[in-house]
Design a protein around this ligand. Structure first.
Ligand code: GLA
Length: 730
């Protein structure tokens, strides 16, 4: 036998003996009412994921195979949070270059702490430690029992003599084991957000990421579904749904290895972001929020929705939202004070809670008359608004509604006073031409002075009794260079998001409940990192009702209806007002339409809709969503919301581009109480219009409605028509 080999074996034995001497602790179970994630410490003291799926009994958890064998050919494949540089063979969760240049990390189990908050939340922290270097990794898990959601994130710290460099830092590493995996992702572009695509994951690595910085989900969103074995349906199949709470560059990596195990690694995108971490400071990753359903995608969405509303995923998730009238598509940036006064009057007449003044109200030296000038100069334009914001707030108050306003405080047009006053506040490369997009550049939120500026801009508006903010951000980061960071640019992207969260955190301290809409040139900021601070988000600039069915459908996979700002507009006037209204009503209803130009019937219809929507909004905003027929599978789309008590429900049916003589088949409802009897009433009818649905005015048992169903379309299934049914238990 080769002597070097024997010597090597002895050394290895000496290294692992102390570890072997310890008895591994019992398996660590992170559980909700229906999910178990089991982590087990191996005989080698490393931590392994031994199970993730439907909840196991205590007895069955004991039967899970122990990690190992630890042979010389390949490391055991399911280490819980794989470090790079030692024995890893696939995509690692973490890579650390130590102060002495050693690029290898090993992680052994140190301890675990569990605590219980109330009867719903269990938090677990698993502490891993490098046996050689003073590096600690804490895996945090917050398990929400009733919502069946687990939130997980990672904390990295060390006590080395000099800083270490982190080049990979996933929020989590989770594994599934099945013959096949079907990934659903949301992707798109401006005005075509949240397109659902499903594909099979095969051997190798698939990465969905963003390098766009400030407008991260422009092309891809940090949310996904993975179905096991076969594509999941709404009501069947095992599915994991996950979403990363980060409003910046993200990376979702999916790797199917040689044993057909799927490793999922969601986290900040390490692209151009090597992170230098000084001793005794923590690097805390964003939260990854996931759920697991054995009854298809529908349950997975409902779990996430309930969690988002009740557990702080979105600000004030259980509180009412404001219906509104926005002026954007009516006036764009061309308006006068009297014109706005009259639009505020129209909002009140319509019956909505709020008038929202959009872009175009600011800038004096460089008036904001289009998107080419003025961004950064947040003083009201004296010609358009001679009496400032205060006057508009007063008009709204007199009309008994609230006043809200649009801002894009993270950006600057070169044609602005801010640009010449603070050139050092702008992200742009030295010695290179500026790279303008929508004629604007991004301010550097790494810089505390810029953070103060953004904070003061919004605070200044709020201190004038503005009751709502639409916070926009219409561009991505290119030409990335922070003058504030100087030589070390690698913290730019992460520091930007941290800076943004600092500002939002400060604002939330002063204005904890002020409703704010998140916008990014449409739906390009759609993540739970930002939604902690916002009540809703603008899903798309595209308000064509046909397109909106798809866009809202896509986002509803992960976000509850009360977060989806959905407005009735004139983007496509070919669609009837009723169709546009019925589509907007599946989300958080608003208007962006010239109310004065509506016919008398249309005005009457809309006033009634607003009243009905207010009555039904507790069901739409707080109820459970059941997607009944997908626009991806046919031309007749249906979905419904049911309140928790199963007393009230609202069902929506949309005929898209239906074919000539397309068969109309009853839709089986879901989520009702089979024993209750429900009165069915068609609402959103134009004045004088009679319902053409046979179910209108009838009463059925929940059992009947779920087994036999009802027609959600007239027999002709006319293109681009729709119906809304209210169900009320007797
Ligand atoms: C972006 C937003 C729109 C509108 C305009 C104003 O495109 O998405 O809703 O606010 O900016 O310029």
């Amino acid at each position: 036998m080769n002597l070097r080999f024997v010597y090597g074996c002895l050394l290895l034995f000496a290294r692992i003996t102390p570890a072997l001497a310890q008895t591994p602790p019992p398996p660590i179970a992170i559980e909700t009412e229906h999910i178990s994630l089991v982590l087990t410490v191996g005989g080698n003291q490393k931590l392994y994921q031994t199970y993730l799926g439907a909840k196991l009994t205590e007895a069955d958890k004991q039967l899970l195979p122990k990690p190992g064998p630890f042979d010389a050919y390949a490391p055991a494949p399911n280490e819980a949070y794989v470090p790079a540089g030692t024995d890893n063979l696939f995509e690692p969760a973490i890579r650390v270059v130590h102060a002495d240049g050693n690029p290898g990390l090993a992680l052994a189990f140190a301890d675990v702490k569990t605590s219980q908050t109330g009867d719903n939340l269990t938090t677990t922290t698993v502490h891993l430690r490098d046996p050689v270097y003073p590096v600690d990794v804490l895996l945090h898990f917050a398990a929400y029992q009733k919502e069946d959601v687990i939130k997980t994130w990672t904390e990295i710290k060390h006590r080395e003599k000099k800083p270490v460099v982190l080049t990979q830092y996933a929020s989590a590493m989770l594994r599934l084991h099945a013959p096949h995996y079907w990934l659903t992702q949301l992707h798109g572009d401006w005005a075509s957000e949240a397109k659902e695509t499903q594909s099979e994951l095969t051997s190798g690595l698939k990465v969905i990421d963003s390098k766009l910085g400030t407008r991260p989900s422009w092309y891809h969103t940090p949310s996904f579904l993975v179905a096991l074995d076969k594509p999941a349906t709404e009501t069947s199949g095992e599915v994991l749904a996950g979403t990363l709470a980060w409003t910046g560059n993200f990376r979702l990596a999916f790797e199917v290895d040689n044993l057909n195990t799927l490793r999922m690694l969601p986290g900040i995108n390490p692209y151009a972001s090597e992170y230098t971490l000084p001793a005794n400071q923590s690097f805390v990753t964003p939260e990854f929020i996931f759920t697991y359903s054995t009854t298809g995608k529908g349950q997975a969405s409902r779990n996430l929705h309930r969690w988002a509303r009740r557990q702080g995923g979105t600000l004030d998730g259980t509180q009412p939202r404001l219906t509104l009238l926005n002026n954007w598509e009516t006036t764009y940036a061309k308006f006068t004070e009297p014109r706005l006064d009259s639009l505020i009057g129209d909002a009140a007449k319509l019956g909505v809670d709020l008038f929202l003044l959009d872009d175009g109200w600011f800038g004096n030296k460089f008036p904001r008359n289009n998107d080419k000038a003025g961004l950064g100069d947040w003083q009201p334009n004296k010609t358009k608004l001679p009496n400032g914001i205060g006057h508009l707030v007063q008009t709204a108050t007199k009309a008994d509604i609230k006043f809200g306003i649009w801002v894009e405080p993270e950006a600057v047009n070169p044609k602005s006073e801010l640009y010449s006053k603070h050139p050092d506040w702008i992200l742009r490369l030295p010695k290179r031409p500026e790279d303008l997009s929508r004629s604007q550049l991004v301010l550097d939120l790494n810089n505390p002075k810029v953070q103060d500026f953004v904070y003061n801009t919004v605070d200044g508006l709020l201190s004038q009794n503005v009751g709502y903010i639409k916070w926009d951000n219409c561009r991505m980061i290119t030409n990335a260079y922070s003058q504030y960071l100087g030589k070390d640019q690698s913290h730019l992207y992460i520091g930007y998001v941290q800076g943004l969260y600092k500002v939002l955190g400060r604002l939330r301290q002063k204005y904890p409940h002020l409703p704010m809409m998140l916008c990014a040139g449409g739906g390009s900021r759609a993540d739970y990192g930002a939604l902690k601070y916002f009540t809703e988000f603008w899903t798309s600039d595209n308000t064509d009702a046909f397109e909106r069915v798809f866009i809202q459908w896509g986002f509803l996979n992960f976000f509850p209806a009360n977060t989806l700002a959905s407005h009735v507009t004139n983007w496509n006037p070919q669609h009837t007002l009723k169709f546009r209204t019925d589509v907007a009503m599946m989300g958080k209803l608003g208007y962006d339409i010239d109310v004065a130009k509506l016919s008398a019937d249309e005005q009457q219809f809309s006033q009634q809709v607003v009243k009905d929507y207010k009555r039904l909004s507790p069901v739409i905003w707080q109820g459970d969503l059941f997607r009944l027929r997908s626009p991806y599978e046919g031309n007749q789309v249906a979905l419904m919301y049911v309140d928790e008590a199963q007393r009230n429900a609202v069902a929506f049916g949309y005929n898209l581009h239906t074919r000539f003589h397309e068969a109309v088949i009853p839709v089986k409802l879901q989520g009702l109480d089979p024993a209750k009897r429900y009165k069915v009433t068609e609402i959103n009818l134009m004045p004088g219009q009679k319902s053409d649905l046979p179910a209108h005015g009838q009463t059925y048992s929940g059992d009947y409605l779920m087994k036999v169903g009802l027609l959600l379309s007239d027999g002709e299934a006319k293109q681009l028509t729709s119906h809304v049914l209210e169900l009320t238990a007797e």
